[in-house]
Design a binder for this molecule. Structure first.
Ligand code: MN
Length: 478
């Protein structure tokens, strides 16, 4: 590929998973386990214990000779780093990638098709773990599910939870988003919808799969723009779907028309179980993979799960809101709000009521957003304590609260009625026209500039200074 002339090329990493894993190891952030860790609960338990600190690699997991990896992007800064960025630029680069996606490049002889299986109990070839206590069984949790619109041929990429129902069948939860829209088109015509499930992709593909972009935008083109070069793709053996060529594992199959079967429960990002219900069914026709493939799993509810959903959403929510309200500076989907439900908004409000309009725009930006907190520029929206301080000292409930009842929310929020519920916004900005000094935050001038190394005296103790100190086995001498 001879794509070298953009600013993006300077931050381009190899568009594959393995270089990122090697980078994590080289920087002390990869824990490699002993072989044979149990797929049921033990693997997830270990990954959770190291969540946010180290990625994990489980050689020959369970009875398999395939290694499992987890926690690849379990820190906000790792996500930026995986794209070669400083943290602050992440949302900006994501917005640029969504605005200027890069068409992919099709190749032949892709690594992800080095080995092909189409007989027997295909899913038993893979080390698929069971994570949370009440999960109905083994789940593929980090699979990029790719479909093509039967009408336009444009692809969609998303992550859906995939229950292993038996050796050649998966149960899939299709929330009311793009995959379901494409499937509904196929099913209305009485047809199955071809699908590819891609496991073990580079960080750019994982992040791009979570972009909130229009229906007819292929997220693999966003991945190319994020990575700084067109993504290499290859055509599936049994369909027209194009998948990332460097992926570790690809499952080819079909979402079956007029078929539903029980799926769930499954431990989800809100830290609750998604309930068991009749859901869509995927017939598995083929598995292809690299030599010695890696199987990526995301433990339900872990930081990787929360952050993968949160950060791409922040980028698109910020972009959407700023079109009407350029006074908005930054947004953050707080981890305490499971990276989906609580949005912190930082703005410079200039007009009476403006913050309330921003609150309403936030509700419209994504139906998962449930509670919005709007604060001024002197509040750090990446610090929940700072946001709480603004609510505690600048918010009056009878004046600054917005409540909307009977709105669409997240079906995975157990306090809603199957996704039907209330919204709340808090305007915790300083009222327009308030006397400035009344809301001036206290500070010690020059505090941050003091060089403590030059002020602390390590040679002096209480004993040398005042002639007394704590004694072992005795009290302090007066
Ligand atoms: Mn989409």
């Amino acid at each position: 590929m001879a794509h070298e002339n953009t600013a993006a090329s300077s931050r381009r990493r190899d568009m594959a998973l393995r270089p990122w894993l090697a980078h994590l190891e080289a920087t002390g952030r990869l824990a490699i386990m002993k072989p044979g860790i149990k797929l049921k609960h033990e693997l997830g338990g270990i990954a959770n214990r190291l969540d946010g600190r180290k990625a994990t690699l489980f050689p020959a997991a369970g009875d398999s000779d395939i290694s499992v990896i987890s926690g690849l992007l379990s820190d906000r800064n790792w996500m930026a780093e995986s794209l070669g960025l400083e943290g602050a630029a992440l949302l900006e680069v994501f917005q640029d990638a969504v605005a200027k996606p890069l068409p992919w490049t099709e190749i032949k002889d892709a690594p992800c098709q080095q080995v092909v299986h189409d007989d027997g109990d295909l899913l038993s070839l893979l080390p698929i773990p069971t994570h949370n206590e009440h999960d109905s069984g083994a789940y593929i949790t980090a699979g990029l599910l790719i479909v093509r619109s039967p009408v336009t041929g444009i692809q969609n990429v998303a992550i859906h939870r995939l229950q292993v129902s038996h050796g050649r069948e998966l149960g899939v939860l299709l929330l009311p988003r793009h995959t379901l829209a494409f499937f509904n088109e196929a099913e209305a015509a009485g047809n199955d919808l071809d699908v590819a499930i891609v496991i073990g992709t580079d960080p750019a593909c994982l992040l791009a799969s979570q972009a909130i972009v229009p229906l007819n935008m292929d997220e693999l083109e966003v991945a190319g723009a994020l990575g700084g070069a067109p993504l290499d793709v290859v055509k599936c053996i049994g369909s027209e779907i194009r998948v990332p060529a460097n992926a570790e594992i690809v499952i080819e199959g079909r979402i079956r028309a007029n078929a539903r079967a029980p799926e769930g429960p499954f431990g989800e990002f809100p830290q609750y179980y998604g309930e068991r219900a009749e859901r869509h069914v995927i017939a598995v026709d083929r598995i292809t993979h690299r030599h010695d493939p890696l199987f990526h799993t995301i433990v339900g509810g872990a930081l990787e799960h929360l952050l993968l959903g949160a950060i791409p959403r922040e980028a698109t929510i910020l972009d959407t809101i700023r079109r009407t309200f350029p006074s908005v500076k930054d947004v953050h989907l707080a981890l305490g709000g499971v990276g989906r439900y609580h949005l912190y908004v930082q703005m410079r409000a200039r007009h009476r009521g403006e913050a309330k309009n921003v609150i309403m725009a936030c509700f419209a930006a994504h139906y998962d957003i449930k509670h919005v907190f709007v604060v001024d520029e002197d509040v750090d929206i990446h610090d929940p304590r700072s946001v709480e301080w603004a609510v505690a000292t600048r918010f009056q409930a009878d004046r600054d609260l917005v409540v909307v009842s009977g709105a669409q929310g997240s079906k995975l929020d157990p306090s809603t009625d199957d996704g039907y519920g209330a919204k709340m916004g808090m305007d915790a900005t300083v009222p327009i026209g308030a006397p400035e000094f009344r809301f001036t935050r206290i500070r010690v001038p020059g505090q941050d500039e003091i060089d403590l190394e030059t002020r602390i005296d390590p040679a002096v103790t209480l004993a040398t200074l005042h002639g007394w100190s704590a004694q072992p086995g005795g009290g302090q001498k007066p």
